[in-house]
Design a protein around this ligand. Structure first.
Ligand code: 5GP
Ligand code: MN
Length: 338
């Protein structure tokens, strides 16, 4: 990380009593919440007294055990509170997203905010709407970046077990438990340091991955046995879920997390997609292996983006139309960019 840039943040952090907001993207995942709370704990321990963590909407219950969960402000539930904090903030840390549009209803309040916006993110192609930009797509996760930043800021004397548990969660979830984006040995060195702070890796794994409700497990079974479609000529597999499907299994936030990865686990499948019907749009999750670039595919065809091998987007057509369009694109090789 550029020492000049780190120095600028150091200068900005001069006053301990200035209002500071940490904000992350909509539908927050383990890295979004973990990196935000990791930064929150360390800055809090360092004496910053007016810190807030704001998420646009609720996150899955398998992240509710994270230390600091009770402090998180959910903008969709407390819009006025969230907007006032953003308006008054002197510094706004923007974690795990590369454009304000990724924060949905917080986009305008953030755009209009007077506070200095510091981006800390590992998605490619950041938008030019931040004042200070830490953008490193080679990092496994934003959590790993936060660790490096705290080291650079010489704040590690305030780092503790709670901060470590949050950053560990970010790394584990964004690497699929060290199964992708994990070929950089630094990731393991930092993970080792987090374990040295007393993180119980087995417990964290259990809390994140082995806390399914029976309904969620049955929804997964239904996806795999009834809803999986394979397009062998496009090396692609996908799953779609209508509102009806979701209601049948008493769907809760986070229940479809990880489903798309199963489609990618099939031999000779290099792109996987999950289509989930929301109230006013269809949310699409993409995963890929190797050279298929789903960031490009999501940007070009589904109003989205993300990483090369994990991206998302939206469709405003019906499910039927969306799936027909997707199948056509894949059969025409639109996901093969070379
Ligand atoms: P997921 O499929 O787990 O929701 O998201 C996978 C990756 O794609 C994450 O890095 C996430 O930030 C990004 N992503 C998901 N949905 C969108 C979207 O609608 N727009 C953009 N630009 N990125 C998205
Ligand atoms: Mn991330």
């Amino acid at each position: 990380m550029d020492p000049k840039l780190i120095n600028s943040v150091k200068q900005l952090l001069g006053q301990r009593d200035q209002p500071i907001v940490i904000v992350t993207h909509t539908n927050p995942d383990g890295d979004a919440v973990g990196s935000s709370l990791g930064l929150f704990h360390c800055l809090g321990n360092a004496g910053f007294s007016r810190l807030s963590v704001i998420v646009p909407n609720p996150y899955p219950s398998f992240l509710h055990w994270l230390p600091g969960n009770g402090e998180v402000i959910t903008a969709s539930l407390q819009p006025e509170n969230a907007q006032a904090l953003i308006r008054e903030a002197k510094l706004i840390f923007c974690l795990d997203f590369n454009g304000l549009a990724r924060t949905d209803q917080l986009e305008d309040p953030l755009r209009n905010a007077a506070g200095i916006k510091i981006l800390i993110d590992h998605h490619p192609q950041p938008e030019p709407e931040f004042d200070l930009v830490f953008s490193f797509p080679s990092y496994s996760s934003t959590a790993e970046m936060v660790f490096k930043l705290l080291e650079g800021l010489e704040l590690m004397s305030f780092f503790d077990h709670d901060a470590a548990a949050c950053l560990y969660t970010g790394i584990v979830t964004d690497t699929g438990s060290f199964s992708f984006s994990c070929n950089n040995s630094d990731t393991y060195r930092i993970t080792a340091r987090l374990i040295e702070y007393g993180v119980d890796g087995e417990r964290v794994h259990r809390l994140i991955y082995n806390t399914y409700s029976a309904d969620r497990m049955r929804l997964l079974g239904f996806c795999l046995s009834e809803k999986l479609v394979v397009i062998p000529e496009g090396d692609t597999a996908y799953i779609s879920l209508t509102r009806n499907d979701l209601e049948r299994f008493n769907h809760q936030v986070g229940d479809t997390e990880g489903v798309v990865n199963y489609a990618l686990s099939i031999e000779n499948i290099f792109m996987a997609a999950l289509f989930t019907e929301n109230e006013d749009h269809i949310k699409v999750s993409f995963r890929s292996a190797g050279r298929v670039d789903v960031n490009l595919f999501a940007r070009e065809h589904f109003n989205g983006g993300g990483h090369k091998n994990a991206a998302g987007g939206k469709s405003f057509d019906s499910m039927k139309k969306t799936l027909a369009r997707f199948e056509k694109l894949v059969k025409n090789g639109a996901h093969l960019h070379e």
